[in-house]
Design a protein around this ligand. Structure first.
Ligand SMILES: Nc1nc2c(ncn2[C@@H]2O[C@H](COP(=O)(O)OP(=O)(O)OP(=O)(O)O)[C@@H](O)[C@H]2O)c(=O)[nH]1
Length: 194
């Protein structure tokens, strides 16, 4: 599998209630959060899409925007379904808009482990990070039926489809920015422009 076989999908479809405004477009360390994600993602994929349910006029200046198909904020899996249905490649690499220091070798490690699996996801020594995952389009029917049953949990779905966890060493890489305080800390520590 080459980078051209993978579309990067930035997951920015949540409500951002803890942040108080759409996380994807807040400014941090000189750029909007989704731009930090896109810059990191760009070398890993052939094309980038953004899953979002708001601010399409901002995201749309940079990338194609794909809103959720399912109703009522059904969680990140809704964004994954929308992304998988929109891509022109077999594979989608999903990264949330609020994990700006995600591993630089994310796609490389996922691809190295994907030959026997239609789904792989990240974990570190402490926890699973199921919203960072590489999924094949062929899981769409299972995902549709899971969501149609009213189920929402990403990790349970990934287990159900026998997704493979791929371990990464640095838990810091998965720092998740949910609040303005998280953003301020990230800017101070990891987010300084080099
Ligand atoms: N498409 C889509 N993505 C979602 C939804 N809810 C959360 N996400 C995404 O899932 C990832 C983790 O989101 P959370 O931080 O748990 O939820 P959030 O809505 O962004 O923020 P809070 O309202 O503060 O919980 C982010 O990339 C979100 O954009 C949803 O209903 N639809």
């Amino acid at each position: 599998m080459s980078t051209d076989d993978i579309t990067g999908v930035i997951l920015a479809g949540g409500r951002s209630t803890r942040m108080g405004q759409d996380k994807g477009v807040i400014s941090a360390a000189g750029k909007m959060l989704f731009e930090h994600i896109a810059d990191r993602l760009r070398p890993m994929v052939g094309e980038i899409l953004i899953n979002s349910n708001q601010n399409a006029s901002i995201y749309g200046q940079h990338f194609n925007v794909v809103p959720d198909i399912t109703q009522d904020y059904a969680g990140p899996l809704a964004g994954m379904l929308a992304g998988l249905k929109a891509i022109n490649t077999e594979w989608a690499l999903f990264v949330p808009c609020d994990v700006p220091s995600f591993p630089l070798d994310l796609a490389k490690q996922f691809v190295a482990h994907s030959s026997q699996h239609s789904a792989v996801y990240a974990r570190d020594a402490l926890r699973d990070h199921p919203t960072l995952c590489l999924l094949s389009k062929n899981i769409i029917p299972e995902l549709e039926s899971y969501l149609a049953q009213g189920e929402r949990k990403v990790m349970i779905f990934l287990k159900q489809i026998n997704a493979l966890p791929v371990e990464f060493n640095d838990p810091q890489a998965f720092a998740n920015l949910n609040t303005p305080a998280d953003v301020a800390l990230w800017e101070k520590t990891l987010g300084q422009p080099s």
